[in-house]
Design a protein around this ligand. Structure first.
Ligand SMILES: [Mg+2]
Length: 269
């Protein structure tokens, strides 16, 4: 049973660990969901508290489905780790780097992007080229069910050729069929920073991979940590039940980050 978090007390034993890392999704977690991806913005309170936390702990990472450069621009803070495309692309030394495992699929993805951009037209569906991933946003479609069916039909041949189709909140994504996701990104962070304590925040299906990895690492006593789901009506119970705690929407995240900032504020690592 996932517990609603309305007191930071239960997280204090995790926040006391060093090295400590906070990893968070962006859209729907730090920024309210809006009609088009371009219009999304991280709230000033989330940015302020994340900045404060980043001054005090070993690592704060934004792990997003966005391209890393976009993630970085949205959060707008220096000194964070920016991971994009659900773990496939990382912001490193001033530029985006995509994992080498994706290279064999690059040509097929470029071909899919060209053909789908030329031939797939459905009013309200927005195509977003994120480098190794092509996203189909259908939030603007009046009839979500019809949009979903049309997108799935368009993507089916590419899936049959070996690419992967991944659903999210009013989005489908076409990308390389790799075992790379937010959970593998979190593992990379935990290993790189040798984290003893970890909190992960997210609102979507793609965040569940990170929730599960964190649970497994905790069960194996490799880390003290907790997954916090950001409850929302679209993603529903499926996400929340995979986490340890939940908060209500972006305002719940603002509250939680403020609490974390004040808990870690007194101690410099
Ligand atoms: Mg999200």
């Amino acid at each position: 049973m996932t517990v609603r978090l309305d007191d930071v007390g239960p997280l204090k034993p995790i926040l006391a660990q060093r090295p400590f890392g906070l990893a968070t999704d962006i859209d729907g977690t730090l920024s309210p969901i809006v009609d088009t991806p371009d219009a999304a913005a991280v709230t000033p309170l989330c940015r302020r508290y994340l900045g404060e936390i980043a001054q005090r702990v070993e690592v704060v990472a934004a792990i997003s489905g966005r391209a890393p450069e976009v993630a970085r621009r949205m959060v707008g803070l220096e000194g964070l780790v920016y991971v994009g495309n659900h773990g496939l692309s990382w912001w490193k030394q001033g530029r985006e780097e995509t994992l080498a495992e994706a290279a064999p699929y690059e040509a097929m993805i470029q071909e899919a992007k060209r053909k789908l951009a030329a031939h797939f037209h459905l009013p309200g569906v927005l195509l977003e080229d994120k480098g190794p991933i092509l996203a189909f946003h259908y939030r603007m479609c009046a009839d979500a069910q019809t949009a979903r069916a049309a997108i799935m039909e368009a993507l089916a041949p590419w899936e049959a050729q070996g690419l992967r189709v991944r659903p999210g909140r009013r989005v489908f994504e076409l990308g390389p069929p790799l075992d790379v996701h937010k959970g593998t990104a979190l593992v990379h962070l935990m290993e790189t920073y040798r984290l003893a304590g970890v909190l992960y925040l997210g609102d979507d299906l793609t965040d569940v991979d990170a929730f599960r990895v964190l649970r497994r690492w905790r069960q194996d006593a490799r880390v003290k940590g907790a997954a916090v789901a950001v409850a929302n009506s679209e993603a529903g119970q499926e996400i929340t039940k995979e986490a340890d705690y939940w908060v209500d929407g972006v305002p719940g995240v603002e509250w939680l980050l403020g609490e974390i900032a004040s808990v870690v504020g007194g101690k410099r690592p």
